[in-house]
Design a protein around this ligand. Structure first.
Ligand SMILES: [Zn+2]
Ligand SMILES: [Zn+2]
Length: 244
């Protein structure tokens, strides 16, 4: 049993909650406390985020972190009992597949997120579950964790689902999870740092930026994607960016 195998249960249970705590707190500290005034021109909405909103997001966030840890332990159990396609020998599928698996996980999650997000906007689902996330119409880094427990379960379920479908090495999963957490926190940060020309060049147009997700929170519709605008463009739910 190698080092990764031995500690895989710790990695799968605690990595996602740990990354969210570190990344969301770092974004909040830099943008809302330390350099609060410096980046004002990059804010996606002029209004300041209320303290009561941050408190509410933190309370829901604690519940989400516990659910993410439980779902992470489920990932370990699936691996332990032989139901997953996680592999421990880095060279089993070659170096090209190693990088390809990260791309596959991102594309899979983008599809999963888009369609579960659309489902959560259906009447009934929205009022009972997803409205908790939309209480924050002016998002902050902690909005990335502010979910009704049922939504936290739906969103975290992508990880066990993914590892029974896509063969992946723990280090590839690690790279994917860092990008996942960064993209979610960045999308809710309340600031857009990529300039308009860069956002709108041919290739970057397919990326979903903070400004797109900000519009989703502001209007409660359109721009349902997490990583890319591909599904929004295909399904005609894309809304062009405004402001900034
Ligand atoms: Zn939504
Ligand atoms: Zn959101």
């Amino acid at each position: 049993m190698n080092f990764i195998e031995k500690y895989f249960w710790i990695f799968s249970t605690f990595l996602v909650p740990f990354l969210y705590l570190v990344v969301a707190t770092a974004f909040y500290f830099v943008l809302y406390v330390w350099k609060n005034k410096q980046f004002n021109k990059s804010k996606t909405q002029a209004a300041q985020v209320e303290v009561s909103q941050i408190n509410r997001e933190l309370i829901y966030g604690i519940g989400s972190l516990i659910i993410f840890a439980a779902m992470g332990f489920t990932v370990f159990l699936l691996y332990h009992y032989g139901y997953s396609r996680v592999y421990m020998n880095s060279w089993q599928y070659g170096i090209v597949y190693f990088f390809l698996s990260v791309v596959l996980m991102i594309l899979f999650h983008d599809m999963y997120f888009y369609w579960t997000h659309r489902l959560l906007h259906l009447p009934g689902w929205y009022q009972r579950i997803h409205s908790v996330h939309h209480l924050s119409s002016n998002p902050s880094p902690f909005t990335s964790l502010a979910f009704h427990p049922v939504e936290a379960i739906i969103q975290a379920a992508v990880l066990p689902l993914m590892i029974v479908i896509i063969p992946a090495h723990p280090f590839a999963i690690f790279v994917f999870l860092i990008y996942m957490v960064y993209k979610n926190v960045r999308g809710h940060a309340g600031y857009e740092f990529t300039n308009t020309a860069l956002r709108q060049n041919k290739l970057n147009q397919l990326h979903s930026y903070a400004i797109h997700h900000n519009q989703h929170h502001l209007y409660g519709s359109h721009n349902y994607g997490l990583y890319f605008t591909i599904w929004d463009r295909l399904m005609k739910t894309f809304r062009k960016e405004e402001g900034l």
